[in-house]
Write a protein that binds this ligand. Structure first.
Ligand SMILES: Nc1ncnc2c1ncn2[C@@H]1O[C@H](COP(=O)(O)OP(=O)(O)OP(=O)(O)O)[C@@H](O)[C@H]1O
Ligand SMILES: [Mg+2]
Length: 312
């Protein structure tokens, strides 16, 4: 294995009883990359992350992190990782800075190092003013930033972020993204799961699209869009009868654009030229209630590959 490959999975599998949550995935992440797992609820993202974090053993396949086996060398792997699980698991009864101190001691860091790192990380997480406060009353965004700060106490080579911004308001998400960009610039390898296509597009150099425990596509956001969608999408809302939804009227645009997907509330017409496609819709005598032309996104990629939307 090349020294620049930090994570290598071959046929990685996780089962719970008869149920297969992760179904033989192959993944490779190299140093300095920002790598994503994009997929809907239940795709197997967290199950994968827990195996990578060396907190849940694989049921099958081969997994190497830093060239080490996370089952037999779990402590050595964990010492070099930062782990932000999907649910914040902060100690809410103690203060912000105590959370960092406790974690630093867990890794056996000298007190002086912990104090210095705490100052730096509270500044990084924009929590210096709250350092003496208990965790419990902090906002969701602050708790998430504290979880990330805590996971950085051991100066990890890889930072694992399981759904870093789920449940946060838009402003809190942007603050968090900004912090993650900074880490990336410092050379920290990021492994991120998300079911938000905008998050994947913002943060990931390369990603895999996961569905039902399998990888259905892999590439950079741009290359995935080029491979699996058109340049633009024309979104149409047509006037409907009382009980109809848009799948009942998609035949009205047959032959227009390259492909049509019907969602309950709109039609998505895939095309390289949205404006001329809209003219073709009008030329057919259709009068949409609304129409917008936008660029293709990873949401369109997922819809094309699976026939479903990422967020329901
Ligand atoms: N400990 C467990 N026991 C039994 N089934 C489990 C367990 N953990 C996860 N699963 C199941 O495995 C599947 C994948 O779960 P996982 O949490 O990995 O998905 P996910 O992609 O992280 O989803 P989400 O976006 O909701 O976080 C789900 O169907 C889930 O119910
Ligand atoms: Mg999850």
């Amino acid at each position: 294995m090349s020294e620049h490959v930090l994570l290598q999975a071959r046929g990685l599998t996780k089962t719970f009883g008869d149920f297969t949550a992760v179904d033989g995935i192959d993944v490779e992440v190299t140093q300095g990359e920002s790598f994503g797992f994009l997929g809907p609820n239940g795709a197997g993202k967290s199950s994968t992350m827990k195996m990578v974090a060396a907190t849940s053993p694989p049921s099958g396949g081969d997994l190497r992190i830093f060239g080490l086996d996370p089952v037999t060398d779990g402590a050595a792997v964990r010492a070099r990782l930062g782990n932000c699980p999907q649910q914040d698991n902060l100690d809410e009864e103690i203060t912000v800075e105590e959370n960092l101190h406790v974690y630093g001691r867990y890794f056996g860091l000298p007190r002086k190092v912990i104090r210095e790192r705490t100052d730096e990380l509270l500044d990084f997480a924009q929590l210096t003013e709250r350092r003496k406060d208990k965790v419990e009353p902090l906002s969701g965004g602050m708790k998430r930033r504290l979880t990330i700060a805590r996971s950085l106490i051991n100066n990890p080579e890889i930072l694992l972020l399981d759904e870093p911004t789920t449940g946060l308001d838009p402003q809190a998400r942007h603050v968090l993204w900004d912090r993650l960009f900074r880490l990336k610039r410092q050379g920290v390898t990021l492994i991120i799961t998300t079911h938000y296509m905008d998050e994947a597009e913002q943060l990931c150099d390369r990603l895999v699209v996961m569905d039902h425990g399998r990888i259905v596509a892999e590439g950079s956001p741009r290359s995935l869009i080029e491979a699996h969608s058109s340049r633009e999408v024309l979104e149409l809302r047509l006037p409907l009868d009382e009980r109809a939804d848009h799948s009942d009227v998609s035949h009205l645009v047959d032959g227009i654009g390259q492909r049509v997907e019907a969602l309950p509330d709109r039609l998505l017409v895939y095309t390289d030229h949205g404006d001329s496609t809209l003219e073709a819709v009008h030329a057919r005598g259709l009068e949409p209630i609304s129409s917008i032309v936008r660029r293709s996104t990873l949401e369109d990629v997922f819809l094309h590959l699976t026939g479903r939307t990422l967020v329901d």
